[in-house]
Write a protein that binds this ligand. Structure first.
Ligand SMILES: [Zn+2]
Ligand SMILES: [Zn+2]
Length: 349
């Protein structure tokens, strides 16, 4: 056991490189994980495509192994590794925090000033083995299949967003039915939301939303459809608007429609990444409506993971996984996602 297959970003242009690399050597506080399943995230697609975000964010890190969503088995533990043992099945909390900055010391490790992201700032999970600080290893139930457990990381993003405020008994509009948005639908359903309205431009994605429990689906996209989105949401809420607006689309139009249809005193939680700054009617859509608006990143460490663990069996997460490939077939996985033909793609070394 000294060489492993791994997926690298080696050159600053579109694509990836599959190659043999040495199995990582662990530090005293780390564990070595034998990767059983690793899923492809939107972040990985950015890195593959080498768009502007990727160039700015990981340009200085190449060559390196990318990928961060994982489930595997602990095969080696450093002498100071605690809370996790050889043989445990684990997933990774991908935010590797410093433990000593202001945020870390005040219960906000997920927004640590010195955070390193697995597979972005460190060697990642698109490999047969990955080294991880023991603190970041989340122990899974052994009954949970690896190919499902790997998708807990994006599910955790959805859980964090949904539980940023009250949800039980609330009407909620969810914009953007990528994997995290669809997970949010399932989480809202499991948490007892009164009515779930899912909005996206792709009919195939809205089908997933329906499957995961959306009560109403609205297709937006064309300029004509755009104009109707607000009216449909108001009609579905008896003209009152929603209690909760969740944004996963990263779209100015979604932001506008979501805020315009949010009840006065409502809650907006935003996880979507917007490509560039845009104009908003802060006075009318935020201030005079007295709404609460919050940004969401990562997962609360580790409060979100406990919630995710108990919600996981209730939402049928395996239905989100549309494709499974060998690690050596990684190009096929990216191809599926680039052509928007799949929801979640899992690679199994
Ligand atoms: Zn991810
Ligand atoms: Zn910190």
């Amino acid at each position: 056991m000294d060489k492993m297959l791994s997926v690298w970003k080696t050159v600053p242009k579109e694509g990836l490189e599959l190659k043999d690399a040495p199995v990582p050597k662990i530090k005293d506080d780390q564990v070595l994980i034998k990767v059983k399943a690793t899923s492809i995230c939107g972040t990985d697609v950015h890195i593959y495509n080498w768009d502007e975000w990727a160039q700015n964010r990981v340009g200085k890190n190449i060559p390196y192994i990318f990928g961060h969503e994982v489930s595997g088995e602990v095969v080696e533990a450093g002498k100071n590794a605690k809370g996790v043992a050889i043989g445990d099945h684990v997933s990774a909390e991908t935010h590797i925090s410093c433990g000593y900055c202001y945020q870390c010391k005040t219960g906000n490790e997920h927004i640590c000033q010195n955070v390193k992201i697995l597979g972005v700032d460190t060697q990642g999970t698109f490999a047969e083995y990955v080294a991880l600080p023991c603190r970041n290893a989340w122990v899974n139930d052994k009954k949970l299949p690896h190919w499902v457990a790997t998708v807990q990381e994006p599910l955790g993003n959805a859980v964090h967003t949904v539980f940023d405020g009250e949800i039980t008994g609330k009407t909620v509009a969810i914009f953007g039915m990528g994997p995290i948005g669809v997970c949010a639908v399932g989480v809202c359903k499991a948490a007892g939301a009164e009515k779930i309205i899912a909005i996206d431009t792709h009919p195939s994605r809205l089908k997933f939303a329906k499957d995961f429990g959306a009560d109403v689906i609205i297709q937006d996209g064309s300029p004509e459809a755009q104009a109707k989105v607000q009216k449909q949401i108001m009609d579905e809420t008896n003209g009152l608007g929603t209690d909760v607006f969740l944004e996963f689309a990263g779209s100015p139009a979604a932001m506008k429609n979501g805020l315009a249809t949010l009840k006065a005193g409502g809650r907006a939680s935003i996880l979507g990444i917007f490509p560039k700054p845009f104009e908003m009617d802060v006075t009318n859509d935020i201030v005079f409506k007295g709404i609460r608006i919050g940004g969401i990143t990562g997962r609360k460490m580790f409060d979100t993971w406990y919630k995710t663990k108990s919600l996981l069996p209730k939402i049928g997460l395996e239905r989100l996984i549309t494709h499974r490939f060998r690690l050596s077939e990684v190009e096929k996985g990216f191809d599926v996602l680039k052509r928007k033909k799949g929801m979640k793609v899992v690679l199994e070394p």
